[in-house]
Write a protein that binds this ligand. Sequence first.
Ligand SMILES: Nc1nc2c(c(=O)[nH]1)N[C@H]1C(S)=C(S)[C@@H](COP(=O)(O)OP(=O)(O)OC[C@H]3O[C@@H](n4cnc5c(N)ncnc54)[C@H](O)[C@@H]3O)O[C@H]1N2
Ligand code: MOO
Length: 410
Amino acid sequence: MSVEQHRREVEALLWPPFAGRGTDRVALADALDRVLSADLLAPVDLPSFRSSQMDGYAVRSADVAPATDGAPVVLPVVAEVPAGPGTPAALAPGTVARIMTGAVVPEGSDAVVPVEDTDAVRFGAYPAGPARGAVGTHVGVLAPRAAGEFVRDVGSDVRGGDLVLPAGTLLGPHHLAAAASCGVASLDVRARVRVAVVSTGTEVVEPGRAAATGQVYDANLHGLAAAARRAGADVVLTGRTGDDPRELAALLARAAEEADLVLTSGGVSQGAYEVVKDTLGDGVTFRSVAMQPGGPQGFGTYEGTPILTFPGNPVSAQVSFVVFARPVLERAAGRPAREVETRTVTGAIDSPPTKQQMLRGRLGPGGTVEVVGGAGSHLVATMAAADALVEVPEDVGRVEAGESVRVVRL
Ligand SMILES: Nc1nc2c(c(=O)[nH]1)N[C@H]1C(S)=C(S)[C@@H](COP(=O)(O)OP(=O)(O)OC[C@H]3O[C@@H](n4cnc5c(N)ncnc54)[C@H](O)[C@@H]3O)O[C@H]1N2
Ligand code: MOO
């Protein structure tokens, strides 16, 4: 069975239920990296009031038209308008109001002169007593301002009813800032795919405890759960069993109940204690895919919930996830499809011409990739030194240094 054929069958199993998931209403604080499920229309105009873009003086542009550096237009300062709630009094002709950035521009005023273009004492540096430019004194305007200058008009960002964020937007910080600016506190987003991860093996123990000879620490519970989260899924259950099918069946029943997808590790090859194979019934197809690592694969449903069974070797489990689960989970999470990436290899690669090899690689400068470590699917520390998988196709026995290969980023 080719890798591509198995990948297509896995996608055909998973995509229909994933595509039909519902909607969650989430607070902005929980909306990062979620996918908007309905268009967000602006409920208000933004800005919602005429506001100043600068610290300075609200003026009538006609009053300051003749102003120059040498011949300032000197006008009385009749009011001060800080940013904050309330409507300032209208500005009479021939007067100015000291105004701060973000404050409401008074009626009667159509421009703001930044304080730098006046002879006022800078706002932050008052001596005791009224300084030039404060309310009750005068200010000299040194340059003209056209009508509208430094005034942020109502609706100049967006009009009420206009589209702010289209459905399908993968929500980043700038999208959340826009929603918040509209006064929107929560958003409708696509429900995340709920994933359960189950690892198996009598020899597998939780990290942090002592391991006897014959025991290994559980790489896959943590590795697969993290991979699912990074692909945009919600990991709702993680659990481990030994090689007892009744124990596994009980855990899988819970997993199938709570999740949209169950991932298992281990127990799928040719040994005497293949607990996953022994527990799963007719709903799951076990097959050998022409890929190394990650050859033994199973897929189907358990009590109505899709399940993928990955081999237990830690590198095999990660590679299986990247090749078979990640594309469909990322699609469900609204992530853009990954582009096919090719790189030139820094050294020759020998490869069995019967299986697609997924070697560990490190991306280098100038579009290169270097194979790191061996091909063994237990070489988990070596995998940690890699940032990509290097694909050597099924029918290729050798790749020469400088030739192109496809790479898949981890
Ligand atoms: N006679 C054959 N033997 C094997 C074949 C085969 O075709 N014929 N395939 C080999 C390949 S390839 C792989 S991959 C493994 C797959 O084995 P299983 O999926 O059944 O996994 P286990 O036997 O349970 O474990 C394999 C290996 O990985 C370690 N392991 C398991 N789970 C974890 C975990 N959660 N964290 C860390 N390490 C784990 C386990 O101790 C074994 O060393 O089968 C080959 N054999
Ligand atoms: O296919 Mo296994 O995953 O090579 O080690």
